[in-house]
Every structure is written in C-alpha cells, then in structure tokens.
Design a binder for this molecule. Sequence first.
Ligand SMILES: NC(=O)c1ccc[n+]([C@@H]2O[C@H](COP(=O)([O-])OP(=O)(O)OC[C@H]3O[C@@H](n4cnc5c(N)ncnc54)[C@H](OP(=O)(O)O)[C@@H]3O)[C@@H](O)[C@H]2O)c1
Length: 239
Amino acid sequence: MVGSGTARCGEGGWSSGAAPDEVHGSAEESKMSRIAVLGTGEVGRTLARGLRGLGHSVCLGSRSGKAVEGWDGEAATFAEALDGAEFAVLCVKGTAAEELVTTLAPRLAGVTVLDTTNPIAEAAPTEGVLAYFTGPNESMMERLQHAAPEARFVKAFNSVGAGLMVNPSFPGGTPTMFICGDDQAARRTVAEMVAALGWDVEDMGAAAAARAIEPLCVLWCIPGLRDGRWTHAFKLLRP
Ligand SMILES: NC(=O)c1ccc[n+]([C@@H]2O[C@H](COP(=O)([O-])OP(=O)(O)OC[C@H]3O[C@@H](n4cnc5c(N)ncnc54)[C@H](OP(=O)(O)O)[C@@H]3O)[C@@H](O)[C@H]2O)c1
C-alpha cells in the first residue's frame, strides 16, 4: 500500500526546491538517489527528512505502509519501500529487527543498509543503564548481517538521539559518529552520507566493531535516564 505524499516511490533522483532540514553536504557529494527508510519512529522520520534535504528520493517503510504523521513524503510497506532501492536505513525497534531482516533478506541482497538499531531489551534500565539482549562478544548488526548475508550492513547513528542526528551544532565542534561494517565500499558510501548530515566520521572497520559501537548507546543514554539530559554527543579528540 502506498500512502499519500509528494512523490511515488522510485520516481526521480535528486529533488529540487525546499530542504526542510537543511544540511551541510550536497546531493552530488553523497552520490545516492533512492533511499528506503525502514522505520517510522523518531529516527526514521528524522533521517527521512534529513536525507530528503540532501536531495534524495526517500520512501518511508512500515508494516502497514500507511501515511506517517510527521512525514509528508512517500510511504509504503517495508518490502515495497525497498523496490529499486540500492540504499536503505534500518530504524526499527531492536527486538523486531532480526525477524524483519530475515523476512526481507532476498530484497536486501546487494543493498547498502545503514543500521541505526540497538539491541535494547524489554527489561527496565538499572540506575540509568539500559539492558541489552546481546552479550559482549556479539552484536545486533552481526546477527543482522548473518540473517541477510548478501546485504551490506554499516552501523551508524545508533549512539546519539534522533533530535541530534541531522546538522548537530555544538560549541565544542563537530561531533563524531563511529561506523563499522564488513564491506569497505559500503562503509565509504555511509561515511559520505553521515558527513553530509554534519558529522565527523570514524571508520572502525569490520562488523565485529559493532560490539563496541552498539554499547555507546547505553553510555549516551545514562545522563538522559538519570538526569533528563539528552543533548550531548561523542567526540573523538586527536593530537
Ligand atoms: N530514538 C532515538 O533517539 C534513537 C537513537 C539512536 C538509535 N535508535 C535506535 O533506532 C531504532 C528506531 O528507534 P525509534 O525510537 O525511531 O523507533 P522505535 O519505536 O524503536 O521503532 C519504531 C519502528 O519499529 C517498527 N516495529 C516495531 N515493532 C515491530 C515488529 N514487531 N515488526 C516490525 N517492525 C516493528 C515500527 O513499525 P511500524 O512503523 O509498522 O509501527 C516502527 O517503524 C531502534 O532500534 C533504536 O534503538 C533510536
């Protein structure tokens, strides 16, 4: 089912005109056109607007495919959103991600997937520390890569709140986004996109690095869950 919006899935490459969330980079810099954003929560809607602001054609995917509040562009089911897309952003609830990716695996073959998900368990946080359903020597993204072996997963944007993902502005300078994934070309593509959305990118290499990057979300959330402070981001300082 296709929801009401400004354009149909698959139409056009670069959009002209207004960019609702203006960003630092240009469409030419990020070299991509058609993007399936899989997830309609705060992350999905924020990144959909940010990527459309870069000039991409974006389709927002969900279970129902219905129109999404807070998004006036194209909407479709998860599977329909992937039609013809070479790039996807995965932003569904962590507990649902593996099953969804397993179902979508044939459609994800060859697709670069920017994976924002975190393996947050249903259990309540302890002293502001979130519980994960993965252990220290594994990661959500490695499970997803295993579930869809022909997809090209790259972890990014999991370690900051949605409200800061597009064009973050801090007096201390540009914050750092850590990325990783097994496919080097896919990491390069994602790095360009993340940089175009206003971040310094640190490429941590293969998918196993998600074992370190995913827990950054736990750390990031502690000031929020303990004291209601959600407006920070990480920065890697160098000599
Ligand atoms: N919120 C943040 O600031 C933030 C920051 C960094 C990373 N993340 C991570 O990004 C992901 C998205 O977070 P969010 O807060 O935007 O939204 P969310 O509430 O965690 O997830 C919403 C999305 O999950 C889908 N979903 C829920 N249950 C499902 C199921 N059983 N099967 C298939 N899909 C299901 C929903 O589908 P429908 O659209 O069909 O309802 C919806 O699109 C999460 O993994 C989260 O850990 C969040």
